[in-house]
Design a protein around this ligand. Structure first.
Ligand SMILES: *Cc1c(COP(=O)(O)O)cnc(C)c1O
Length: 227
């Protein structure tokens, strides 16, 4: 298995080439041994979508792994990941952002966050609309949060075979990102530089549309078995 994982990673790194784009290995449902194999192949960025699984794996695996939270995050669970999390991709409300700020303040640290934007046509996916996002960046309250650092945006395209639709959705996220970079002044709370978009079935399109963080699970580890 570890041979396959390291070859998969090599293939992805070849397709990233010299782009300014980082690979985050999404290891949900996969055993620690698979993560260790990817680590041994050189990866340091790993992501999970459930707090408990993330916390358990972080405890077992090497300390220099940068852990990413990519799934919907409940406010009452922020405290379990706050001490070690590298980047939370899935911030979808101001209440959640305030809770992350509060937990980071307790620890005397800063937590890096991305705001999740709703770009898909499915209404099951979480995230801000672009209007809500512009409102958020105009609110003074945002800039009073001293323990979060918003470094960019995250989005998920519709689960579809229609590659033009996927491209349009990624383009729309890129447009919002560029628009905000122009209008939002850099501050202690906000520096927009990361665009987290692209999963196994659409990361090639996402990279062409300017992704800086691709989140890949099955392309690295193989298909997941859900019970
Ligand atoms: C599971 C997951 C991924 C990776 O999915 P693959 O299709 O296996 O690459 C990426 N992002 C999020 C938010 C996920 O939940």
């Amino acid at each position: 298995m570890s041979q396959v994982i390291s070859e998969n990673i090599k293939g992805i790194q070849d397709s990233i080439g010299d782009r300014n784009c980082r690979l985050v290995a999404i290891s949900k449902t996969k055993p620690a041994s698979d993560i260790q194999a990817a680590y041994d192949a050189g990866l340091r960025d790993f992501g999970e979508n459930k707090v408990q699984e993330l916390a358990e794996k972080a405890e077992q695996l090497p300390q220099d792994i940068r852990w990413h939270m990519v799934g919907h995050l409940q406010r009452n669970k922020v405290k379990y990941i706050a001490p070690f999390i590298h980047l939370i991709h899935s911030v979808d409300s101001f209440k959640l952002l305030k809770e992350i700020n509060k937990q980071a303040e307790k620890l005397g640290s800063t937590i890096q966050c991305l705001l999740q934007v709703h770009i898909a046509t499915e209404d099951t996916k979480f995230g801000y609309s672009s209007e809500e996002l512009f409102d958020l960046f105009e609110s003074e309250e945002l800039y009073q949060l001293n323990y979060v650092h918003i470094t960019g945006l995250m989005g998920m395209a519709t689960f579809t075979e229609d590659r033009e639709q996927i491209r349009d959705e990624f383009k729309s996220l890129r447009d919002v990102f560029e628009e905000l970079k122009k209008s939002v002044p850099e501050s202690k709370t906000v520096t927009l530089q990361e665009l987290s978009m692209g999963m196994s079935n659409d990361y090639d399109i996402a990279m062409e549309e300017g992704s800086t963080l691709i989140r890949l699970g099955s392309t690295i580890f193989g298909a997941r078995n859900y019970q």
